[in-house]
Design a binder for this molecule. Structure first.
Ligand SMILES: [Zn+2]
Length: 73
């Protein structure tokens, strides 16, 4: 039995972390900094088509684009 989280759990953990960090942001600058870091760390994903940011817990963008396959979720 592995103690590593499944990909699905990992996506949920990352999503919860981003939500918690964003909840502590007071200014727009703070929010954009957290978002930028979260994207870089792959705690969020960005749709290349419409440049929208998404939590790992969401499988598809509103435009229909899929979450990149190498990310957990
Ligand atoms: Zn999109």
């Amino acid at each position: 039995m592995s103690t590593l989280p499944t990909l699905d759990e990992e996506a949920q953990n990352r999503t919860a972390a981003v939500i918690a960090l964003l909840a502590e942001c007071v200014t727009t600058n703070e929010r954009s900094a957290v978002t930028r870091v979260a994207l870089r760390a792959e705690f969020l994903w960005r749709c290349h088509g419409c440049k929208e940011n998404h939590y790992l817990s969401s499988d598809t963008c509103t435009c229909g684009a899929k979450r990149p396959a190498h990310l957990p979720g």
